[in-house]
Ligand binder design. Structure first.
Ligand SMILES: [Zn+2]
Length: 598
């Protein structure tokens, strides 16, 4: 495993703009000298994520996560330390120096993700060419024209065509120099017949990561038998449940409007974007997942749901409402009547009609009341019971008692049931199904270290970690063996390594820590400014205290031993004398320390 030289880590840390890096994932607001936002690592509605640009550090008061620019990129993009430094270095134009080596390429490292991303980019380019420039793609292009998808949208989303000849892609790529072994792992071919393309004779939708790189595909059937849509499975560079179609295109508008449109499929997304409403996204052949909701939660407050009006669409809408409410979104439902979809509206009535639909969207509670009213006869007691029971999972996931109360109030009026009866039914309802269980705050995210009592040793090394300039003072009076607390000892060793390699940034420091809880603890200490005032006094006092404790312990051990051997074995008299001398020197040293302390 390649190791990056400390000087590179420091340079990357110094050149990184932590506000810009974090700002890619969550909206930060300026308060005083610092920045605050909702934590991108756990689900929350009030900002407890704190960033201090001059220290290049972040810390979440909710879940305890903290670190520097490199740690942030590691966690968010699921990269190793080396990958995170390399990615930041690339952005900042810094040459990465590896330890013990002069150049990177000689060092074997796992760059499968990058190679696959490059392959997908190339394949997307070829599919796009086939669609727009070659006779093979004519039928697919005709289909898009029939759906009035504009050339600009075809270009923007780099739509493509996968040829009917299922061996074409393999031939094409091997001619370009890709190895069979690599292509076998690429997810582009059948698992069983490794030369046969997974997608054939399909209209291709490249799926991008948030940076706009193609990482997977969705393909729509054009002729013959088979599923209407096929999607890439999970790959090293792509997780279906954590990715949203068109998120890279939609993010700027999601940011400015603080809202997002969740659609059912790729064609719906294209219609919204073509109408100039560029904040529409879709899941990838599955229902919306909690991870996808989390992805947009940092940027958006309101979710517009744009699903079909058929039964499947209604079920999807209901599930999405519950999911979005669990994440504290405001939810509005866009109603498209008569079995139409956004593409139909765009085609028949134009972009303005889609904008109107957005304007006339209704809040989720109204939608649920209306749909319960159409599904059940709310004139009958039986119908009232079933209609209100349909709404219970919704009441369940609401954030506050006030919201629950006002919802019960609305239901009471809408269904003609007394609030008292509704409340008692709600309380006696059957336990919610597991998939409706509220997500709530992720308590498992809280690291164990946060609850740990900081003993004198830990306090001393943490104070030094937050003020590394004092490390020479500490190492002149203590060595790692002097620490009994294993965490404090580890941190002392980390500080010693940084001192010896002359690395000064927190990223360098954090990299050397063996586990997340220690990293988070350091970040918390730095960010809360616990030792910002009187650092020198705190550190000097703690060093004295640690030394005193050490001496006291040595003295106790010595006295115990002296009592044990005294009178039992006269041969050891000399040893006892020596011990007496040692005890005396300990006593003197302790007296000296006591003077210094007072
Ligand atoms: Zn957090």
């Amino acid at each position: 495993m390649a190791r990056i030289a400390g000087e590179t880590v420091d340079a990357v840390n110094q050149r990184s703009d932590i506000i810009a890096i974090v700002g890619e994932y969550t909206r930060l607001e300026h308060r005083g000298d610092d920045w605050w936002g909702c934590c991108p690592f756990h689900n929350e509605k009030t900002p407890s994520f704190h960033v201090i640009p001059e220290r290049k550090m972040y810390h979440c008061f909710g879940c305890g996560k903290g670190g520097g620019p490199v740690t942030f990129v590691m966690e968010m993009e699921k990269l190793t330390f080396v990958e995170a430094v390399e990615s930041l270095a690339k952005k900042a134009g810094i040459e990465v120096i590896y330890e013990g080596e002069n150049s990177a390429p000689d060092i074997p490292k796992d760059n499968t993700k990058e190679l696959l991303a490059a392959l997908y980019e190339r394949v997307a380019g070829s599919f796009h060419y086939l669609l727009t420039q070659s006779p093979q793609g004519q039928a697919a292009l005709k289909y898009l024209e029939g759906r009035h998808v504009s050339p600009e949208i075809i270009e923007k989303f780099k739509l493509g065509y996968a040829p009917a000849d299922r061996r074409w892609l393999h031939d094409f790529l091997t001619k370009k120099g890709y190895s069979r072994e690599f292509l076998e792992k690429s997810g582009l071919f059948s698992k069983k017949y490794t030369e046969v393309a997974f997608f054939s004779d399909r209209l291709m939708f490249p799926i991008n990561n948030r940076k706009g790189q193609v990482v997977a595909f969705g393909g729509r059937i054009l002729n013959g038998e088979g599923p209407k849509y096929l999607n890439s499975g999970d790959l090293p560079q792509y997780k279906k449940g954590e990715t949203l179609f068109a998120f890279d295109h939609a993010l700027p508008e999601i940011r400015t409007t603080k809202s997002v449109i969740f659609c059912e499929g790729y064609m719906d997304v294209l219609a919204w974007h073509q109408a100039g409403i560029c904040r529409a996204v879709a899941p990838l052949g599955t229902a919306f997942t909690a991870d996808q909701a989390k992805l947009v939660r940092s940027f958006a407050e309101t979710v517009y749901l744009s699903f079909d009006s058929d039964t499947a669409g209604q079920t999807a809408t209901f599930k999405a409402i519950l999911l979005c409410r669990q994440f504290g979104f405001n939810v509005r439902v866009i109603e498209i009547k008569n079995g139409k979809d956004p593409a139909d509206i765009l085609l028949n009535e134009g972009g303005e009609a889609l904008k109107k639909l957005l304007e006339y969207s209704i809040i989720d509670l109204d939608y649920l009341i209306l749909s319960a009213g159409t599904r059940f006869d709310i004139g009958s007691p039986e119908g009232k019971t079933r209609a209100s029971a349909l709404l219970f999972p919704y009441i369940e996931v609401l954030e506050s008692d006030i919201q629950r109360e006002s919802t019960i109030n609305r239901l009471s009026a809408a269904f003609g049931i007394s609030e008292k009866a509704l409340l008692s039914d709600f309380k006696n309802r059957k336990q919610p199904r597991p998939d409706y269980k509220p997500v709530g705050q992720d308590t498992t995210a809280r690291p164990k270290m946060q609850n740990m009592k900081k003993n004198a040793e830990l306090r001393a090394v943490l104070a030094v970690a937050a003020n590394t300039g004092f490390f020479p003072v500490m190492r002149s009076s203590l060595s790692s063996d002097d620490f009994e607390d294993p965490v404090a000892r580890e941190l002392f060793i980390v500080l010693e390594e940084c001192y010896r390699t002359d690395t000064t940034t927190y990223d360098s420091l954090l990299e050397r820590c063996s586990d997340d809880s220690l990293r988070n603890l350091i970040a918390e200490t730095v960010m809360t400014g616990e030792f910002a005032e009187n650092a020198q006094k705190t550190i000097e006092d703690s060093i004295l205290l640690i030394r005193r404790n050490l001496l006291e312990k040595r003295k106790t051990r010595l006295v115990t031993r002296m009592n044990l051997i005294r009178g039992t074995n006269t041969d050891e008299v000399r040893t006892v004398t020596e011990m007496m001398a040692e005890k005396q020197s300990i006593d003197e040293e302790l007296a000296k320390l006591k003077d210094m302390n007072e």
